[in-house]
Write a protein that binds this ligand. Structure first.
Ligand code: N01
Length: 896
């Protein structure tokens, strides 16, 4: 519909008194349109308030040359109606802005949505009316609105950021913002043009502007990674997959991590050779697909600085090859952020554009802009006269469109701006405590901009509208998240932010692009599929974390936190639950060992370190096997004697190999893992005595083993932690060896089973109470159980080596580990504790699976180095062993 007609209708029909509706929506972009459709179908009276003159949202405003989608449009489409899905065919792999806008217009027409949209109408204030239990909205055009529910479908990138450069008003030429490009287009032919910024908007428009302009000067503050879009028809393989089973294709997208149907990679970078990695990279480069290159190279590319650096280096090679002038190429090459931590761009001839004689790059890192003058732009190094300045300077993302657009006042006069003064607080990214009946579509705290927005929008809209229907059917009139639920979500957000490398870059994802904005990762990094399952869990658990109220004092509140586990621990436990494994204790010792052996075969052994040497040592009653893990750096290194986990029944000197390798890399110390004997063949006190004897022998033969003579350290996980603790007590009582420190990870320390963690975490977290009972029964008769050689908490705990004790919140053994740490501390032993929240018994040993366990292992490594008298940081000598180097890379960075 022509804009003039729309505008005329909007003002002609504006009622004098408040417009009464069930639900008011702000925005008529992707989200607003689908909301209108769903709300209407659900029988709600609705109005959408839209500042623009027509539908389209971001695609209405961003009309700059070259504006396109950066998700393949086959995926960037509505999927709610299979008929709509077949009624529209995209002409290109990445549709242009005009085509996407046409699509949204087509959708609006098909479902007759415009009749409920008030265009050119901005909400100027929104206030929760407690007495009426309604939101009262004022607008700048036409009647105010009174609504039961208020939904922001304002998009994440719709509030342009001011340029923050002095002198703009003095400029006598033309000024344009990519995010507010004139509808009639701009003729740049023969003009001297400046583009400020090198984000996606700039990178898409620069090649086209360069083709028109007499001269283009690009002012770059931070270079960005850009990949060739390879636009054209939708790729054959994708089309075939899509056409063969549309429903399956869409469903896979909904359950995926990014909202695009790609599988999760399981191979990590260091399992691949240089050639294999390059082959994967070249394939991804040629595919011209952001999600492909961000997710399909190797499993650690987005979570580990080393895995990521390999991609960065390969892209840097491409930039050098594309740009002829080495100085320009160097300036265009990003070095300040991991690949993907800042949104990479899809381009068409971007780098090659700098080979044109009419294009100049100004590196603002070397010569910052001083001011804009009447005739152009003045930097520390030069004055550039131009006719046109294009600001491609980005947006106040995610919160800007919600918070800054208009004051929103909730219960008790609370202002959303104040509530979010220290960063956005939400429950599920959808709702805010203190703001009843207020919803955000793809708000901060949801996957939003880290996902295919089309998929996330549909999920949000479906969830919200389904909840509103259920609320109405149950006779409730208000819905609001609780403080506890919101605090839990914020903590979960913080946990998730440790999963990826996004937090290591200054970007609009973190608010760093807007001066004065609070820094913090705003989108949810836990993935689209997991997020969907969490929203569904909230519903299936009786609207967990929401307070519902209705007439006559009706109320319902099932308070709680929906996710208390670390995000990756949740995925691991969910996966294990789907395997429906028989209890380990039902397998018998031989069966359980075979099971663990099979389980371990499927996991990578760990990154390359220095030498790995097997041997045997004389134990108390015969030879015991051991495996030495050496750092790649020149020795001799301090020696850590390590005892594996497995309840005194399972495992061997190799079974915790990934953990040992990882700790060797992080500590720069040598680990000797001991194959102590197991129950039921060898019952108490065999494991304890083997542990002590092995420690003694290793201490006496440290030099022979390639280690540093002097005091050793001991470490162990689970039953191995028990043996390490017992060894320290025996060494104290039996005249040595000298032990410089003990690292006890989720140790067994006592035969008392009535501490809360034994009940709280009895089942559901892999190590169960009944499995522990079984281990105890096989190892130790009831009469022996109070012996300090199996229950060190019952022994003397003074005069022990310095200790680091790690316990996990969701572990039956948690409280006895804490009790042991506290007992040692009370007895004067220097003790450090790590109480790992959201973790389970295996979190620290599932290296490369439980990514959030890295931070704990970093702390453990730092403690071991302190105990050994080493400086805090270790330089890693193993980086070049896989053909890629990261000189001077310190452990602190690796831990990130
Ligand atoms: O904005 P940006 P954008 N002086 O924030 C620079 C989506 N999008 O509009 O990095 C000098 O990325 C700033 O420099 P720095 C997409 O998600 C999608 O380009 O802050 N320079 C940066 O280079 C994208 O990520 C598509 O140092 C200044 C640039 O301006 C998001 O929108 C297309 C400055 C801003 O880049 C935002 O992209 C377009 C100053 N005062 C956008 N202030 C699709 O393909 C800022 N800059 C779908």
């Amino acid at each position: 519909m022509p804009e003039a007609m729309v505008a005329a209708r909007a003002s002609d029909t504006a009622p004098k008194s408040a417009q009464q509706v069930d639900v008011a929506v702000v925005g008529a972009g992707f989200a607003g349109l689908y909301l209108l459709h769903r709300l209407r179908k659900a029988g709600f009276s609705t109005v959408a308030l839209e500042e623009a003159g027509d539908v389209g949202g971001t695609w209405y405003w961003n009309r700059y040359p070259g504006a396109r989608c950066d998700i393949q449009t086959i995926d960037y489409s509505y999927t709610f109606d299979p008929e709509l899905d077949t009624a529209w065919t995209w002409s290109e792999k990445y549709a242009t802005q005009p085509e996407i806008l046409r699509y949204l217009g087509f959708v609006a027409d098909r479902y007759d949505l415009r009749r409920d949209i008030r265009f050119k109408t901005k909400v100027t204030e929104a206030r929760w009316d407690e007495a009426a239990e309604r939101w009262q909205l004022t607008t700048d055009n036409g009647a105010p609105v009174s609504c039961r529910h208020y939904i922001m479908a304002t998009g994440c990138l719709s509030a342009p950021k001011p340029p923050e450069i002095d002198g703009v008003k003095d400029f006598k030429g033309k000024v344009y913002f990519t995010g507010r490009w004139p509808h009639e287009g701009v003729d740049l032919a023969g003009k001297r043009v400046a583009v400020i910024g090198t984000g996606s908007s700039a990178i898409q428009s620069i090649p086209l502007i360069a083709e028109q302009a007499a001269h283009l000067t690009v002012f770059q503050r931070t270079p960005n990674f850009a990949l060739p879009a390879g636009n054209g028809p939708a790729p054959e393989d994708r089309r075939t997959f899509f056409e063969s089973d549309r429903a399956a294709y869409r469903e896979q997208a909904r359950q995926s991590m990014a909202g695009v149907p790609y599988p999760q990679q399981t191979v990590v970078s260091w399992q691949l050779s240089d050639a294999e990695r390059r082959e994967r990279f070249e394939r991804a480069w040629a595919a011209g697909d952001l999600v492909h290159i961000l997710t399909q190279l190797w499993a650690d590319q987005a979570v580990d600085v080393d895995g990521n650096k390999i991609v960065q280096d390969l892209i840097r090679e491409k930039i050098r090859a594309a740009v002829r002038d080495p100085e320009t190429a160097a300036a265009l090459t990003p070095h300040d952020h991991p690949f993907g931590a800042k949104r990479p761009c899809l381009d068409t001839n971007y780098y090659a554009t700098y080979n044109r004689p009419n294009v100049t790059l100004v590196n603002l890192r070397q010569e910052p802009i001083k001011t804009i003058t009447a005739s152009g732009i003045s930097t520390n190094g030069r004055n550039v006269d131009v006719d046109v300045i294009v600001f491609a300077t980005g947006f106040d993302a995610m919160t800007g469109a919600i918070r800054a657009v208009h004051p929103i006042t909730g219960r008790g006069g609370k202002s959303l701006t104040d509530v979010w003064a220290h960063g956005p607080q939400t429950y599920l990214g959808l709702t805010v405590e203190g703001f009843p009946n207020f919803f955000m579509i793809t708000g901060p705290g949801s996957p939003s901009v880290l996902s295919n927005m089309a998929v996330s929008i549909e999920q949000h809209v479906d969830w919200v509208v389904d909840r509103l229907k259920a609320l109405r059917d149950a006779g409730f009139t208000t819905i609001e998240p609780t403080e506890m639920a919101q605090a839990g979500w914020n903590r979960h957000m913080a946990d998730c932010s440790m999963l990826t490398l996004h937090r290591l870059a200054n970007t609009w994802y973190t608010g760093a692009n807007v001066p004065g904005k609070v820094h913090g990762l705003m989108p949810y990094t836990g993935g689209v599929g997991p997020y969907r399952s969490i929203c569904d869990e909230v519903t299936s658990r009786g609207m967990l974390g929401f307070k519902l109220t209705g007439p006559g004092g009706a109320a319902q509140c099932n308070d709680g936190e929906v996710v208390r586990l670390q995000p990756d621990v949740r995925l691991v436990l969910n996966l294990l639950a789907t395997l429906n494994l028989p209890p380990i204790e039902s397998m018998g010792a031989a069966g359980a060992r075979a099971f663990v052996g099979e389980f371990n075969k499927g996991r990578p052994a760990g990154r390359l370190i220095g030498d790995i040497v097997d041997g045997t040592l004389p134990g108390a009653d015969g030879p015991l096997p051991y495996r030495v893990f050496k750092p790649a750096t020149p020795g001799p290194h301090p020696v850590v004697v390590y005892f594996h986990g497995g309840g005194w029944v399972l495992g061997d000197e190799q079974s915790d190999e990934p953990f040992c390798r990882d700790m060797v890399r992080r500590t720069g110390m040598m680990f000797v893992s001991v194959g102590y004997r197991h129950a039921p063949e060898h019952r108490f006190p065999t494991a304890a005595e083997d542990g002590y004897a092995a420690t003694r022998w290793i201490a006496e033969h440290a030099t022979e083993l390639g280690g540093k003579p002097g005091p050793v350290l001991v470490a162990g996980w689970s039953a191995g932690g028990n043996i390490a603790a017992v060894t320290c007590q025996l060494a104290r009582d039996r005249g040595g060896p000298e032990i410089a420190g003990q690292l006890l990870i989720c140790p067994v320390t006592d035969c008392t089973f009535d501490r809360p963690s034994y009940n709280d975490n009895a089942t559901g977290y892999f190590l169960t109470r009944s499995l522990m009972y079984w281990f105890w029964d096989l190892y130790c008769s009831p009469a022996d159980r109070t012996d300090p050689r199996v229950s060190p908490l019952r022994g003397k705990v003074d005069k022990l080596p310095r200790a680091f004790v790690a316990t996990c919140e969701f572990d039956p053994l948690r409280d006895e580990g804490v009790a042991y740490a506290e007992a040692m501390a009370a007895a004067g032993v220097p003790v450090e504790q790590l109480k790992a929240h959201g973790h389970f018994h295996s979190s620290f040993t599932m290296v490369d699976v439980v990514i959030t366990g890295v931070a704990g292992r970093v702390q453990m490594a730092e403690a071991l180095r302190r105990f050994a008298g080493l400086p805090p940081e270790v330089s890693r000598g193993d980086d070049h062993s896989q053909g890629h180097t990261s000189p001077g890379h310190k452990i602190a960075a690796a831990a990130s």
